[in-house]
Write a protein that binds this ligand. Structure first.
Ligand SMILES: [Zn+2]
Length: 172
């Protein structure tokens, strides 16, 4: 599993492709948002600088390979357009900017920067390993202060309805 968080987080809205083309995640241990891939910051800023209530609000888009990784609704940005980032770098702070009713990170992956849903939208759960299940508390195994290996392999624990699962998953 490779999430934008370190430590525990929740899934508050599932990925449905057509109705909701990303995952909504809420940090439990920390509100810091971490890059889930190494790449280049394709864009960091407001979706609409003249209307902060629109769309993803303040967001970061990282290009890695032929994919674009979106982290929406942030309260603070910690990177700038054009900057190089590596997996696990802090890129911003979870927030509720844009079209949002509460603090969360909308995590989405596309094959093109411009949206043409659902054609360009990738299955974020399949790529990240985050279960498409609302209500569980997940833990991607990373902790602040630990350095990430080049190809991240994470110890994962997952708790749903009193069942705890654990295992190793590798960054894709
Ligand atoms: Zn969302």
């Amino acid at each position: 599993m490779n999430s934008p968080y370190m430590g525990k987080f929740r899934v508050t809205q599932a990925f449905t492709l057509t109705k909701h083309d990303g995952l909504d995640l809420v940090g439990v241990d920390s509100k810091e948002i971490h890059a889930t891939v190494s790449g280049t910051v394709h864009y960091a800023g407001w979706e609409n600088p003249n209307d902060h209530s629109q769309g993803f609000g303040q967001y970061v888009c990282i290009k890695s390979g032929n994919r674009y990784y979106y982290y929406g609704h942030m309260s603070e940005l910690r990177v700038a357009t054009g900057q190089t980032v590596k997996c696990t770098d802090v890129i911003g702070i979870e927030g509720s900017t844009g079209k949002s009713t509460g603090s969360h990170c909308h995590y989405e992956i596309r094959t093109e920067f411009r949206k043409n849903s659902p054609v360009n939208v990738v299955d974020v759960c399949g790529v990240s390993g985050i279960p498409n299940v609302v209500g569980g508390v997940y833990d991607d195994g990373y902790r602040p202060g630990t350095s990430a290996p080049a190809k991240a392999t994470k110890q994962v624990t997952l708790t749903i309805d009193d069942h705890t699962y654990s295992g190793l998953l590798t960054e894709q």
